[in-house]
Design a protein around this ligand. Structure first.
Ligand code: SF4
Ligand code: SF4
Length: 398
């Protein structure tokens, strides 16, 4: 299983409590964005295109705690930007762990090794490392060579110190199912607790608009990737969400299940769209026209979206909302558990199908040895890491 029993129990009892009390809309995961700045500029990212003055700002620990207390969700995901650039991220995490929240600190891991000493291993804390597939695909997605190797090194260091580590993978249309299978094997061998998968959302602001997945292509791709039955792979996700990605279970978006809090307040209606802000969680619930969102609403911005922040809470709700959902989840969980007990053959490695072709997409090219262009945008005083110059990879023609 990709999720510890204590966490499953906490979420299950929380959701059942809401169901028994007849609460229609409730949060499961708070998406807490304490800052927007990052030390990468991925081509598919819709979060970092803010003016420099916004990129310099961050939430205080007190603002974070107030949002967490107000919302009450048992899980808190801390995306960004890159949360490890926040000068008080350790204080924020410690405060959330003290509140017995299950925290997923999402990171591209470039600074993880350096900052590990600031954190204590805990069942409440998991580093969710952004790895978008095998080395070539990941470095392509984040527009920088060497990031995959840096992430793997940091994952190893964190696991060695006893931290919970999961991976967080966004898939784009160039994903190759065979190579993804090998990637899952590699992550299991590395010792990560579980993997999270999601199709990329086609952010209007993202520099690369070509490689986002449309709905039919998402279902085809995930069917090929997940339909092989698994080889002892552990996913840190609801089984029904994985079925949904393969077109085998119907879900409707429940964006209130993963509310987003950031520098501007409570974001309407979801983590992906920015259609106004509320100043309190209750105001978010009361003032968002929820009927205008989700696929069935006809909203064009929702038609291709199958992203976990919209549909993972729907899967959790479906699990506890009907006997059929519960039985399917139980069956899929037992099947996955049985597969984990059997197996361990790995597929043969394949030669990478990518070549280095030069710069594309995000910020201007850096000369060899120069730091990343975002340093100028975010300001010289920010703690950005120096990395190898940008180089972008493109798939070889087949
Ligand atoms: S790591 Fe990439 S996707 Fe994540 S916040 Fe930074 S630029 Fe965006
Ligand atoms: S379908 Fe996607 S874009 Fe639309 S509200 Fe849900 S999560 Fe947001």
């Amino acid at each position: 299983m990709g999720v510890p029993l204590s966490q499953m129990w906490t979420v299950a009892s929380y959701v059942l409590g809401k169901k028994l009390r007849g609460v229609k809309r409730y949060p499961v995961v708070l998406m807490l964005e304490p800052l927007f700045r990052c030390n990468l500029a991925c081509a598919g990212c819709g979060k970092i295109q803010y003016p420099a003055e916004t990129l310099r700002r961050h939430l205080t620990p007190e603002q974070c705690f107030q949002a967490v207390d107000e919302c009450g969700a048992p899980l808190v995901s801390i995306p960004g930007g890159e949360p490890l650039l926040h000068p008080q991220i350790d204080e924020i995490v410690a405060g959330l762990v003290a509140r017995k929240k299950y925290v997923y600190l999402c990171t591209n891991a470039l600074l993880l090794k350096k900052h590990l000493h600031k954190f204590q291993p805990s069942k409440y804390l998991s580093f969710s490392v952004h790895v978008d597939g095998p080395r070539e695909e990941h470095d392509l997605a984040v527009c920088r060579e060497g990031t995959y190797d840096a992430a793997i090194e940091a994952i190893r260091a964190a696991i060695d110190l006893g931290f919970r580590v999961t991976t967080n993978t966004t898939l784009f249309d160039y994903a190759d199912p065979d190579r993804m299978h090998q990637f899952f094997d590699d992550m299991m061998e590395l010792g990560v607790e579980g993997m999270m998968l999601s199709p990329g959302y086609n952010y209007e602001k993202a520099p690369d608009q070509q490689h986002f997945l449309r709905r039919r292509r998402t279902v085809d791709l995930f069917s090929q990737i997940l339909g092989v039955g698994g080889r002892g792979w552990r996913f840190n996700q609801s089984p029904l969400f994985l079925e949904f990605l393969q077109g085998r279970w119907d879900l409707e978006c429940t964006p209130w299940g993963t509310p987003t809090y950031n520098l501007f307040g409570w974001q309407k209606p979801c983590y992906l769209l920015q259609e106004g802000y509320a100043q309190s969680f209750q105001e978010l619930l009361d003032s968002t026209p929820w009927e205008k969102y989700g696929r069935r609403s006809g909203n064009s911005k929702c038609q291709d979206c199958m992203v976990h922040c919209g549909y993972e809470p729907s899967a959790v709700d479906a699990t506890f909302g009907s006997l059929r959902g519960f039985a399917a989840t139980a069956r899929l969980t037992v099947q996955a558990f049985a597969r984990n007990l059997m197996r361990r053959g790995t597929a043969p490695r394949r030669t990478p199908q990518f070549q280095t072709v030069g710069l594309r997409g995000a910020p201007p090219a850096a000369e060899p040895g120069e730091p990343h262009g975002l340093q100028n945008a975010a300001g010289p005083d920010l703690p950005l890491v120096e990395l190898a110059p940008l180089r972008v990879l493109e798939p070889l023609e087949r």
